[in-house]
Structure formats: structure tokens, C-alpha cells
Design a binder for this molecule. Sequence first.
Ligand code: GDP
Ligand code: MG
Length: 622
Amino acid sequence: MEIRNFCIIAHIDHGKSTLADRMIEMTGTLPKREMKEQLLDMMDLERERGITIKLTPVRMLWKRRRTHSTGSEEPVQLNLIDTPGHTDFRYEVSRSLAACEGAILLVDASQGIQAQTLAVLTMATSHNLTIIPVLNKIDLPAADPERVEEEVVKLLGCPREDILRISAKEGRGVEEVLEAVVERVPRPRQMENGEREMQNASDTRALIFDAVMDTYRGAVAYVRVMEGTFRKGQKVMLLGTKAEAEILDLGHFAPKYVSDSELTEGEIGYIVTGEKDVRRVRTGDTVASTKDLKPLPGYKEVQPMVFAGLYPSEADDYPQLREALEKLALNDASLKFEPERNAALGNGFRCGFLGLLHMDIVQERLEREHNCDLVITAPSVLYEVQLGVRRPAEVVRSSILKKDEPDTARISNPADFPDPSYIKEVREPWVRLEIVCRAQDIGAAMTLVGDRRGIYLSLEYLDAERALLHFEVPLQAIVLDFFDLLKSATSGYGSMSYEPAGYRAGDLVKLQILLLGESADALSTIVHRSEAHHVGAIVCKKLKEVLPKQQFQVPIQASIGAKIVARETLPAFRKDVTGYLYGGDVTRKRKLLEKQKKGKKRMKQMGKVTLTQEAFLAVLKR
Ligand code: GDP
Ligand code: MG
């Protein structure tokens, strides 16, 4: 059977999931009664927020209506992988791309090319995928297909006739898209002669591009078969983790699991091995018929951009949190974590995320899918701190020293920051930032980046009304709330994306928070010296608002080293919460106490002061 593997890439909200719905409908992959909107967004969280977080594969059989070049009446097997649009989930996108030969580049005809359209397109072309440009939402009165077509031609250098116009919502033009996939996307690439490992007919290899833990079946690996044929009952090896397994079940996605008797070269499907140990099934690993075969080239490890401490509200829940993180990491290969101990917070994990939305989603998934109750500390980027020659050995833990530069520590936790007298230089991560906005918002965007220590590089026009701006900026300055600011500065029209641009020295200091005169390390942050006073004042004020009142007054101070830069005082608390409930029903009183007890969760005792989750987040947004 003819096979085509493709994905849909686009800026967030340009209609990927809607187009996938239409394709599933038109190919009759699901009966009408089982269709619902955004079918491939299977997680509750995705449906509630209206965003795609996970890649989702689906196989469709397309019966072609016209005469065609393949010269056969047989339906074509189309394997589609729906992907997220937000940059925080770009690792999901890159893995989907590696499993496909073609990509539909979807552009909202009322919006035009956006920053993340450019980012995902760069990724797709670097994987040598065939790009099919498609303008979506032509049903909208605000759609301007002529102008957007111009942008696409300029971007791709393709002829105008190659660009399709559709309304994914109404289904208009979607058939032509399916036809274009069959006509333009190449057949699954064969392994090059040099890469081919097959010595005898039974040799098989597949790349794991995703995995999920199933309560009943153990780990389920999502695979792209690269050579040979896998069958039920076959013994296989996971080459990276050296785990042996038997294929208990295999099949394809429709989009639910559909069992088949075999999976052959070029196909996308799933393999159930019954493996219960989550650490033995890894994204990027190779499933092979014997251990003598070479592993397929996997994926580049992703580097987390933002780090935060995750702690269980109750110390006893630590083992449960570890298990939850392990399971989640199987399904979210960009999540990194390692154990961490904090004097005030106890045992927890230092976790690395691709961005704040990613962090937010991880926290929610841990709470919903794994029933964890968490306290999460203020996020930070990863700094490189070069230490002076004269320093006591215990100034930093040896485990955070760089292997190739033993006098430099990699620090993401402000609590680990050594005393300034031992520091020779602090380096912070910079990023190349791209902003797409209307011509009239260029000034606002430039001011915004300038205020964040950014450097303007260049400007190009996508068309008469819209510009693409290039900057360099410290990651720390944009990672927390920059996107919201950009949106409001550009009346919602601006979009952004960024990628790492290496480390640079900066005048960075640790802003400490003192409660009752004692350092609350879990609340400290790293800031640029020039903004320390300003940030210190805001944080103290915010903490005063969100910290629960204690039986006594609590001075809240911000300091750099020994120097106090800001101060507030939290007044003492007076009332008994149940005081106003005189007489009446005792259950009311109990209910209120229960409620108060519940509210106690997500709290941590810091010496004499109780910290709430809000306190940790107060140091976050400025
Ligand atoms: P994704 O983020 O790229 O997956 O985008 P979605 O498929 O979730 O679509 C985002 C929004 O655009 C949803 O509210 C869709 O209903 C809407 N949408 C998608 N395609 C069309 C279209 O062709 N016309 C109109 N008017 N709206 C569309
Ligand atoms: Mg989507």
C-alpha cells in the first residue's frame, strides 16, 4: 500500500487541530457519531485550555477520487501527526518532524505569518521535509488571502499556484490538501544503503518518537518503523536501555489504538511491551529485533530553559512525587528533574522546563493525573558562575561544577549562589528573539525589548503592513512575563519566538529576601544590579499582600549581600476565623475549619513564618 507520513505545522490557533478533524471526517476514519471538535486534543487539559500540548498520531485511509499518478485504485495510507504550536512544546514538534516526510504549513489568512510560523518552518526545512503551504480560514471576512499569499511566496520562494486556500472549519478545500499530500510528499524514505542494517529478512528497527504509561498495559511506545516488519509475539530489544521485551500487542492509531498483526517499514504505529519500569522505555531509543543491530540516530537532547524547585506539600508525599515525575517524563521527554534539598522546604526536585507555559502544564498534569499537591518555587534560568581562585572548598557543591571548566558552577537555584566575594564572573543565557508585529507597533516593541536590556539587530518587512524584528536579549528578561507585555503593547497583534544564543557575562546579583531578619533562600532571585532596588521594592510589597498574617509582626526585607534595598512590614493577625460564628450549627464551624485546613496545603513553614504558594509566585511577575 502507498504510505505518506506528514504533520501539520503552524503558529498557535491557526487551525491545525481543526484541519486534522476535517481530514479524519473526510476519510471516514471515525464514524460521524464519534466525531467531536479538536478530536486529537485528548487530554482534558488540552480541551479546557484550547491548546495542543502533545503530539498525536492518527492513520487515515484515503480513497482518491481523481485519476492519479500512483496509477492504482488502492487507498493511500496517510499517517498524520498533529503537533502543538506553542514554542514551549517545540520538542514535541521536532520529534514529529523526524517521523515524517512532509509538512503542511498552515497560515491563518486573517493573521498572516507569525513568529512561530517562522520557527517551525525553520525546523521543518532542517529536517528536509516537503512543505505544502496552505492558507486557512478563508471564510473569515477579515481574511486577506492575497496579502498572506504574498508573504508565503516571499518566505518559501514557491510559485503562487502551489499555495492552497481552505476553510478547515467548513471543510472547503480540504480534499485538495489530501490530494496534495499524496502528490507532493515523497514515499517514506528508505534507509540509505550505508545506514541499512538488515542482514537477514527478519532484521527490524523502529524509532520511538513518543511513549505513554498505560495503567494496564505498561509502557506503550509510539514508533516509526524504519526497516523490516514487526509482528505480535516477536522478541525485541530496546537498544539504548538494553531492555528485552516481547511485543504483546501492536497496531496503529485511529486515533485510538487499533490492533494489527504487523507493522511494516515506513509505517507509524504503537508497540506494547508490557514493560512496567518507566525508565526502560525512552523517547529517541530504537526497538530492534536483535541486540546486534545499531541504534538509529535518536533526537538531540533538549536543554531546559527555565528551572524551578517542586516540593510536595507534605513531606511524606516525596516518594509519590518521584514516581509521578518519572511517569510524566516518559510522556514528556522535555521534562528534566533531579533531587534537591532545601533547608526550609525539605526534599523535592529541581525541574527543568522549556518555558513557563510548560512549567504550568507540568504542574497541572502532576496535580490532575497523579494527584500531587505541590509547592513550586520561583523559576530561574541557568547561570554560569565563575569562581575566584581563593575560595573555601565548600562554597558550591562539586556536583554543579562544569566538567570541562572546573572553576565554573552551573546554577539554577538562587540558594546555591555563593557569596559575591568568591565570584569572579556571572554569565547568563542570551537568546535571539524574533518579533512579528504591525508596522505601527514597531516602536512599542523596540521600547519593550530595550527596557529588558535587549539589543536591536535588524528589521524586515513581511509585507507593507507587517514587520519582522530581530533582537538579542537575556533570557531571564523575557522568560517570565514578556509575552503578556508584548501582547498588550501591540493590541494583541504581536507574536514572538526565541532560540538560545549562548552565554554572556552580566552584572548579576542575588536579591535575598529576609523574613524576621532571617534569609528565606527559597524566595531569593537573581537580578541585574541596575534593577535590584526596583525589583526588591515590588517583591516586598507583593509579599506583604500575599503572606498569611502571623501572631506577630513580620518585617519583610530585600537585600543584596548585607545591604538592605527595600523593606515592608506585615502586621500581626488578630481575628479567630471562627469567631464570628456564634451559636448555630456546629457543622458550620467544622466546615470552616476543614476549609481552612485545606487551604493550609501548598504551604511551607519557614522558621517561624508560614509561606504560601502565592509567596513563591510573588517574586515571579513584576
Ligand atoms: P491550533 O492551535 O492550530 O490547533 O488551532 P485550532 O484548530 O485549535 O483552531 C483555533 C481556532 O480557530 C478555533 O477556535 C477554531 O474553531 C478556529 N478555526 C480553525 N479553522 C478555521 C477556519 O477555517 N475558519 C474559521 N472561521 N475558524 C477556524
Ligand atoms: Mg491544536
